[in-house]
Design a protein around this ligand. Sequence first.
Ligand SMILES: [Zn+2]
Length: 410
Amino acid sequence: MPVYRSVARALVLSLAANAGYAAPRPPGMIPPPESVEAGYWDLMAKAERQAQQSGELNKDPALNAYVREVTCKVAVEYCDELRLYIMDRPFMNATMAPNGFGEVWSGLLLRVEDEAGLAFVLGHEVSHYAESHSVEAALAHKNRQNIALAVSIGVAAVGVYAAASVGPYGDPGPILDATGNLIDAVYLASVTAFFRFSREHETEADLLGFQRAAAAGYRPQAAAESWRVVMAETSASDFERVRKRDARLGVFDSHPLHRDRVVALEAEAAKLTGEGVRGRERYRAAIRPHLAAWLKDDLRRRDFGQTLHLLGRLETSGEDLGVINFYRGEAYRLRRQLDDLERAEAAYFTASVHSDAPVAVWRELGDLRRRRNAVTEALTAYETYLAQAPTAEDAWIVQDAVASLKKGLS
Ligand SMILES: [Zn+2]
């Protein structure tokens, strides 16, 4: 890819020559056609077209309108120039490129506690945008060889998403493409190094994002809580590498990054009086139609400790218990550690008494009951499945199972 390398070089050189931004950027700012930032915008326009054509683009009009509404509440002066795409990808991520193209991933929407939490995360991204942090970051990295790889963005579309994945939550762990394949780790490491914001930029985006969300009337404590959620889920991971992420950051800083940020945001919240809007019900209503699909996606990450932790948090509102317990059952069934199948059966059973449980809960219950030779109970579950989903693709398999169980009984 020599062509892209030379483009990369030219871009870096002219970025360096263009140093010195007046922050924040004026709304509606368009870089002069010959400038470096214009070149940067061209690359991002390409990334945006990829997003528009992606099979992972979430087109639900109601959800898009909702996220747009919250974005505009915190983006205010930049509302008109931002274009946010919701992507069905199971990682915590949100980004905003300098040309106004942004992404919010379903893994983030699944983890945000309420509208106030979403407002803070979006406010954080708007602040990176307002302060032109990604352009500053490109300048700061001008001496790194990584830049050549980073700008091969134009070559590998999937790399664009990988690069963009370093959102407020840092390293998202292994990245999967639409078909569940791991994206090349070396490539990913190079691009993420290029796009990583400095600690100063993150602290600044936290503070400014907090101010934007608070000014829009949101509950000030939601900002610190957003980070606390990330920390808690990090420690719930099945993987030591992920659990130690905080400690590893501590090698470079005297304190783990997230903890510092929680403390700073709590101090900011303490300066304010009044409750603020939480918007928990509104938020859950907006994501509810996607809850099952996003939880299914989350299981593709194969980090069952984190998925189970997430399910526990979602459950505290006392809503969506059929869906939540069904996917808890799925997590145990797929993990298959000691006693997991018993746990799976218990979770499926809990799910089955709620009207929002997916019909598959009966097939799974049938399978697990059959496994432990509870024939009558297995038959009940299978027959409920067939009654509720007579045209299911796998109905014939379940009919077979029913037939053979009945044969055993006679
Ligand atoms: Zn950030």
